[in-house]
Design a protein around this ligand. Structure first.
Ligand code: NAD
Length: 260
């Protein structure tokens, strides 16, 4: 079927994707925007316009006063994450992997939607909010268990030892999980084409990865609604929403969107 969006960038992206042997996707909050999870930096509906990241996602602030974070989690975050379902953009990436044409999804997202869409090799650079861990004894709880606890106890203590609970996500001021960063770096270094999707590419060290891939000679397809620092160096820049343009790309290169 002929794609509906057909311009030079789309054509170049199809050619690159069709010719590449080692494709890796690098995703950010924008890929989940069409699933109803607000991004952090979009001017109209970005979370940062309502909530200051220093207050709600910095480790220093969290350790000082975890109640502030847990209220935000209770009022805003939990609902957004639990209601969200994978969108056609997530499913297109899962289809590309099923077709044997995508090696890995490196994601900055913490929502688990790539896995829910069927992607198997997902490298989570910033952890996953569905798992909550005790900072004292290491006990793990599901997001649902802790959410129920919040109605009675704020901040919620660890049931096993009374210690402080924290979602297994990387807060500002924390290091990235070593194993994930190593795996992601290897994937970025080995790819011959990087698909950067829905990321402003300003959060470091994650944003180093597309730069590394470029330096090593990989092609770059940018799928992002607004400009990024790497647009100039990209081989194709697609401004359409990821949930619209990714399925069109898959169709254009003959990748079946639904599992057989
Ligand atoms: P970001 O908010 O900095 O940038 C998102 C980018 O996506 C923007 O440039 C925007 O123009 C673009 N965008 C928005 N909707 C789009 C769409 N439908 N299709 C294509 N592009 C679209 O996000 P980031 O670069 O991922 O960095 C923010 C940090 O926030 C990350 O560390 C991430 O962990 C965290 N975060 C995660 C989630 C999530 O898990 N869903 C949500 C918000 C923030």
């Amino acid at each position: 079927m002929a794609p509906q969006v057909k311009d030079d960038a789309f054509g170049s992206a199809c050619n690159l994707l069709a010719g590449a042997r080692r494709v890796v996707a690098f995703t950010g909050a924008g890929v989940s925007a069409e699933s109803g999870i607000p991004t952090y930096r979009d001017a109209e509906d970005g979370l940062w316009t309502q909530y200051d990241p220093e207050e709600f996602a910095s480790i220093d602030r969290f350790l000082q006063d975890p109640t502030l974070f847990w209220r935000f989690f209770q009022d805003v975050r939990y609902q957004a994450i639990t209601k969200a379902e994978p969108n056609p953009g997530h499913r297109a990436l899962a289809a590309l992997e099923r077709a044997g044409r995508l090696r890995a999804v490196i994601t900055q997202n913490i929502d688990g939607l790539h896995q829910a869409a069927g992607s198997r090799t997902v490298i989570e650079l910033h952890g996953n909010t569905r798992s909550i861990r005790c900072l004292s004894c290491g006990a793990r709880y599901s997001m649902e268990t802790v959410y129920l606890q919040l109605a009675r106890e704020l901040p919620p203590p660890c049931r096993a030892c009374g210690g402080m609970l924290k979602p297994e996500v990387v807060f500002f001021g924390e290091s990235l999980p070593e194993a994930a960063l190593r795996q992601a770096t290897e994937a970025a270094d080995a790819c011959d084409l990087l698909l950067a999707i829905g990321s402003s590419l300003v959060v470091y060290p994650a944003a180093i990865l597309p730069e590394r891939a470029l330096r090593r000679g990989a092609g770059l397809i940018m799928v992002n609604r607004t400009a990024t620092p790497l647009d100039e160096q990209a081989d194709a820049v697609l401004r359409q929403p990821a949930g619209e343009v990714l399925p069109l790309l898959m169709e254009a290169i003959g990748v079946e969107l639904e599992p057989a």
